[in-house]
Design a protein around this ligand. Structure first.
Ligand code: PEP
Length: 250
């Protein structure tokens, strides 16, 4: 089954307006190859400016989070309609920093995931275990429960992306070995086949995240169930992000 790899940059709470625009322009000028889908998720406040900077390129604009309600008295929150208004095409849910630093509960992650998919956007749902969970042989159980946050009636595999990001590898400079990543990616695909069906599961892109860098990207991407990456630190420099995009080419 051939899947178009998807490489997305998660800029987190980084950049200024000027540096965000510069980075976006460099990426747009770097060109995205036809055989890799490329996306960037800047901070909310720069979505509009970054969207303008990548206009005309094939780079997809993404958001790092969203609130599930349509509108109303939810101080500080951002709705899906607001994101769509700015040209956002994909939204992250369940990122480990939201789960473990901002203490976002699983029920809230599930509501956000349902809202993103229901609104016709690409849902990038992040899953991954903490080091103590891996050491206690709970990796599969944790990942399975995080996959259960997804709506049960998903029909379009092109709008579901799973990002496997072992928490112990995010922003730490450590990364899963190629074999460790492949083992969990294969498990994720099996679970998707059980919940939905095999054709659906075979078409879903599963990104690896957790310090993917130009040096380790090719080995990870060569694994049969690794279909791109969700990149944090290395997405903040055009050269390193574009090198990872290049490594995703077949
Ligand atoms: C992330 O937070 O999605 C991530 C993968 O971060 P980093 O690449 O910096 O480990």
């Amino acid at each position: 089954m051939s899947r178009t790899p998807f490489v997305a940059g998660n800029w987190k709470m980084n950049t200024t307006k000027a540096s965000a625009i510069d980075l976006a322009k460099s990426l747009a000028a770097g060109g995205s190859p036809r055989d890799v889908e490329v996306g960037i998720a800047p901070p909310f406040v720069y979505l509009d400016a970054v969207g303008a900077a990548i206009k005309g390129s094939s780079i997809l604009l993404g958001a790092q989070d969203v609130y599930f309600e349509k509108n109303g008295a939810f101080t500080g929150e951002i709705s899906i309609e607001m994101l769509k208004d700015l040209g956002v095409r994909f939204v992250l849910t369940g990122h480990s920093e939201r789960r473990h630093v901002l203490h976002e509960p699983s029920q809230l992650v599930a509501k956000k995931a349902a809202a993103v998919y229901g609104a016709g956007l690409i849902l990038v749902h992040c899953v991954g275990e903490k080091i103590e969970e891996r050491d206690a042989n709970k990796t599969f159980a944790v990942v399975q429960s995080q996959l259960e946050e997804l709506p049960k009636d998903l029909g379009d595999p092109s709008r579901l992306v799973i990002a496997y990001e072992p928490v112990w590898a995010i922003g730490t400079g450590r990364n899963a070995t190629d074999a460790q990543a492949q083992e969990v990616h294969a498990f994720i695909r099996q679970q998707l086949a059980k919940t939905y069906n095999k054709t659906f599961a075979d078409a879903v892109r599963i990104q690896y995240g957790g310090s993917m860098k130009p040096e380790n990207a090719r080995g990870l991407m060569q694994q049969p169930d690794v279909d791109g990456g969700l990149i944090g630190g290395a997405s903040l420099k055009a050269d390193s992000f574009l090198a990872i995009v290049n490594a995703a080419r077949n």
